[in-house]
Design a protein around this ligand. Structure first.
Ligand code: ZN
Length: 364
């Protein structure tokens, strides 16, 4: 895990001059490499591999500043290029940096003790010891990785220090366990028969999306109306999927706050949509994403996600007497057993899933 701490620094007169030089040099090297790359590409159609070191002879003043700052500029320019090529038009071409429009900053890395913090001072490459207003202690075991030094428009200087640390998670004692049965329509049904309640606005947006999709399918192919309608549908799609994601975050958070372990079936959504011919709607249902959210949130809390094997007969088994039916069609929404158990089919399955989870956890 990484964590950044931001502190104000107070450079002296000489250090301010060096900082201004460094900000200028990283801007210069960015613009120089960018223009050379552009030129080379226009001439040859190939991408130019270049490094700051190649410019140091022609521009010797580059040697006066932190060479790691220049190296980081090269890396971020390459990243900007990559984002442009992979962004499929969503990310613009890297821009030239201006002294007035762009923030003055540079990033340097921790190598062999070149950065230190001690007694209200911070050591930075080339800059030596600079006064730092450290208003927070750095916890033990945090390892310094890199620093970004910047000057804000108000003239003040700051350093953002990035640390890596190992997160120590204390395993929770498992007391409360919930079983969830996947449901096409409702996302899931839990072992008490509860279903998650999607907010009304989400349902409304979903209905609107379905309406607009129907409209799209009726538009004539290649027509301008179709292009327009496609944009409307794409926009709604994005909205619905954002709302769903938001809901899945909240719903998983609620469950994790209330339970120490969550038991689900180990389903493969792709196989399932093919086998049951549910088609696209199984993917849109969000179950896969929901399980992912549960998994990492439980992990962070020292709690557990238990996956029950997919051949476990959660639906066919009676949760009261343990008897197993040979056949259970999808249309049978209520589970009826000779023992007298009459229960919602999904709740019956969720209870079985929970029981199996308890067995796996060794607390049944
Ligand atoms: Zn029974």
């Amino acid at each position: 895990m990484n964590k950044a701490f931001v502190f104000r620094i107070q450079p002296d007169k000489e250090q301010k001059i060096l900082l201004a030089k460094t900000f200028g040099c990283v801007r210069f090297i960015w613009n120089k490499m960018l223009s050379d790359k552009k030129e080379w590409y226009e001439e040859t159609g190939k991408s130019l591999k270049t490094t700051p070191a190649k410019y140091k002879e022609e521009f010797p003043w580059l040697k006066e500043v932190d060479s790691l700052a220049l190296a980081n500029e090269q890396l971020s320019l390459e990243k900007a290029y990559k984002n442009f090529w992979n962004g499929k038009g969503k990310v613009g071409f890297p821009k030239f940096k201006s002294k007035h429009k762009d923030r003055s900053s540079y990033t340097t890395n921790y190598v062999n003790g070149n950065i230190e913090i001690s007694n209200g001072k911070m050591k930075l490459p080339k800059l030596k010891w600079v006064t730092i207003k450290q208003h927070r202690e750095i916890p033990d075991g945090y390892q310094l990785k890199s620093c970004t030094v910047s000057q804000e428009p108000d003239g003040n200087y700051y350093v953002s220090i990035l640390f890596a640390y190992e997160q120590k998670i204390k395993p929770q004692e498992i007391e409360n366990v919930i079983g969830l049965d996947f449901s096409m329509k409702e996302l899931y049904v839990d072992d008490e028969g509860r279903i998650p309640e999607y907010p009304g606005f989400y349902r409304k947006a979903q209905e609107k999306l379905a309406r607009e999709q129907r409209k799209l399918s009726k538009c004539e192919k290649g027509s301008s109306n179709r292009a327009k309608q496609r944009k409307i549908v794409a926009k709604l799609h994005k909205k619905v999927s954002n709302q769903r994601k938001d809901f899945l975050h909240k719903q998983s958070r609620q469950i994790i706050n209330a339970y120490d372990a969550v038991v689900v079936e180990n389903l493969n959504m792709k196989d399932m949509s093919m086998a049951l011919k549910f088609g696209k709607s199984v993917h849109d249902n969000g179950w896969g994403m929901f399980v992912l959210f549960l998994q990492y949130k439980l992990g962070e809390a020292g709690k557990q996600l238990v996956k029950v094997e997919k051949w476990f007969p959660s639906s066919k088994t009676c949760c009261e007497c343990g008897k197993k039916k040979d056949e259970l069609t999808l249309s049978e929404r209520v589970y009826i057993c000779e023992c007298g158990n009459i229960m919602d089919r999904d709740q019956n399955a969720a209870i079985n899933i929970r029981q199996e989870g308890l067995r796996i956890l060794g607390i049944a």
